[in-house]
Design a protein around this ligand. Structure first.
Ligand SMILES: O=C(O)c1cc(C(=O)O)c2c(n1)C(=O)C(=O)c1cc(C(=O)O)[nH]c1-2
Ligand SMILES: [Ca+2]
Length: 568
């Protein structure tokens, strides 16, 4: 059975499949299924587990795809498996041959595949896209996204929009140029490409990848000094989402390069922003920058999730989008035009800004929390500038792990983290294929008993309704259901279910390694299943310093677990 456009567009309501990253192109990660609920979940037991095997057992962030009796799940080091969804039996696997010298900043992760027609499509750490026949695992087409030798990589799950496969890229720590590409999903042929660094903006690329002027905005780099836009970063390194209602693709852009912001005065558009793109032309329709002139690696890549709410004043339904930004603020924008509707903290300590001005839409900076200027301080000798303590840490109030939204409760369920960092700036110059930071850091926990906190956030009142603390930083995504449950994994290895209204723990299961991936659920012949990938890794053990020791009792790993209710 082929995957159709209707399958993709109705993934949020078709409960027998999971064919998009986000259980629907809007990325709400809400399933209407009710069989597993706070009363029945105590009977949830494993059905099967599958090991990704080999020596490549680390950093498993994949959200599986479920379709027509098969599960497609990617694994670390650019691998993909097709499994019988009933038994866990392996049908085929594909291991991409990775060259030496790949440069992923933050572990060898992959967040999942897309599926369309008879193809499964996934991206690789050497920045390629591979499309395989979903039934045989044979390669149908392969396309290069960009040159891995220049620091480009790819870690996200592609998304299908109007028959096109939509991808961004990774490499913001190497001075690459962030870009969103649309390819014909059946052939891999480029349809449009949209750089997201101002300066490259007036240009468009033809199918051969040649830069051609499109006359939209003319060449401009007003928010970047000198030639810095040429290596400006802003990598959109997570998935794009799509709302057919307003016909817009929403994608977040990463940190401007280099991290040292003294080298690039200005807003540095369109870094650390939410960008809305017309899928028919590749044009940017609106943008909203969450961290103008980012100096803390606050990649604004976090998912912008479309949702509706009733305006308490007018009673009118508002077409909005919500984003729990890495910088610690939760933003609600009008998704038709990008206008800021609400902004409030979803973590308890934020130092770099005192708040977000709802009139101008801009942060109110605390200038003492920007790392000191290494070029003017002291002797102006261009050595290390003053170190500042700042929260959140660069690993963010939230990072790659996607939140969920329940239209039933009206709450977002946000996997948040409370931590700070010492950060300082130093000189740096661009060298192709080398790290381009001009900054150093040490992560600092703020509390002995917890870093992570799963939080129910009311986007209208701006209140945190409940929270469940977690000792180690949360790094896995969230799922919520019509059964009024919230599922999430912990680095301590548990998949947990809590009551969506109260946060009360209803169930947990130890998977044997840390969870940093988002759970899914589907229905097969009247039985509701839940699945999650387990396998500790990602940025925390690489860059978190002592913080990673909170789970150093765990083994790394790589497996997928599937559950359903035990029938007595
Ligand atoms: O700017 C970038 O291009 C980029 C890419 C990635 C990535 O592709 O995983 C991460 C980051 N930045 C990053 O800053 C970060 O904290 C991070 C954490 C993780 C992870 O998988 O745990 N990836 C990334
Ligand atoms: Ca980054």
């Amino acid at each position: 059975k082929e995957v159709t456009d209707a399958d993709i567009l109705n993934d949020d309501t078709l409960t027998t499949q999971v064919v998009t990253h986000g259980l629907g192109t809007k990325g709400q990660r809400f399933s209407p299924l009710t069989q597993i609920n706070p009363e029945t979940v105590k009977n949830l037991v494993p059905v099967w587990s599958f090991s990704f095997g080999g020596e490549k057992q680390r950093g498993q962030q994949s959200q599986p795809i479920v379709h027509d009796g098969k599960m497609f799940v990617t694994a670390s080091y650019s691998r993909i498996f097709a499994l019988d969804v009933k038994t866990g039996e392996k049908l085929w696997k594909y291991e991409h041959r990775l060259p030496d010298g790949i440069m992923p900043c933050c572990d060898v992760v992959n967040r999942g595949a897309a599926i369309y027609g008879d193809l499964v499509i996934f991206g690789t750490l050497d920045a390629q896209l591979v499309a395989l026949n979903k039934d045989t695992g044979k390669v149908v087409w392969k396309e290069k996204i960009e040159d891995y030798k220049a620091g480009y990589s790819f870690t996200a799950a592609p998304q299908i929009v109007k028959g096109m496969v939509i991808t961004g890229n990774s490499g913001g720590e190497f001075g690459i140029v962030g870009r969103v590409d649309a390819r014909d999903a059946k052939t891999g042929k480029l349809v449009w490409t949209r750089p997201v660094v101002e300066g490259h903006m007036g240009f468009k690329y033809d199918a051969a990848g040649k830069e051609v002027e499109n006359g939209i905005s003319g060449k401009t780099n007003a928010t970047w000094p000198g030639d810095l836009w040429k290596t400006g970063g802003a990598a959109p390194w997570l998935s794009a989402y799509y709302d057919p209602d307003v016909n817009l693709i929403f994608i977040g852009t990463g940190n401007p390069s280099p991290w040292n912001s003294w080298l690039r005065p200005g807003d540095n558009l369109y870094s650390s922003s939410t960008v809305a793109i017309d899928p028919d032309t590749g044009k940017i329709v609106w943008h909203y920058q969450t961290t103008p002139h980012d100096g803390w690696d606050y990649d604004g890549v976090n998912e912008f999730v479309s949702f509706e709410y009733k305006d308490p004043k007018t009673g009118k339904t508002v077409k909005a989008g919500g984003k729990a930004d890495r910088n610690g603020f939760f933003f609600v924008n009008d998704r038709t035009n990008g206008k800021l509707l609400n902004a409030f903290p979803f973590v308890k300590q934020i130092d770099w800004a005192k708040g977000i001005d709802l009139k101008t839409g801009r942060p109110i900076y605390d200038d003492t929390k920007r790392p000191g200027n290494p070029f003017t301080e002291g002797g102006g000798d261009g050595k290390k500038g003053t170190t500042v303590l700042n929260a959140p840490s660069f690993l963010g109030g939230k990072n790659q792990m996607p939140m969920a939204f329940s239209p039933k409760t009206g709450y977002f369920y946000v996997p948040a983290n409370e931590w700070a960092m010492d950060i300082w700036n130093e000189p740096v110059s661009y060298k192709r294929g080398a790290a381009y930071l001009g900054a150093g850091f040490t992560i600092k926990p703020l509390h002995d008993d917890y870093i992570g906190a799963l939080r129910a956030v009311d986007p209208v009142s701006g209140k945190i309704v409940w929270e469940v603390k977690n000792n180690a930083p949360l790094w896995g995504g969230v799922l919520t259901t019509g059964g009024n449950l919230v599922f999430y994994g912990t680095p301590e290895g548990y998949l947990k279910a809590v009551d969506a209204t109260t946060g009360a723990e209803a169930w947990k299961f130890q998977t044997g390694s840390g969870i940093i991936a988002p759970p899914i659920t589907w229905d097969d012949n009247g039985e509701q299943y839940v699945a999650v990938v387990s396998g500790w890794g990602g940025a925390v053990p690489l860059w978190g310093g002592d913080v990673a020791k909170r789970v150093n009792f765990l083994e790394q790993g790589g497996s997928v677990w599937v559950f359903k209710l035990h029938k007595s």
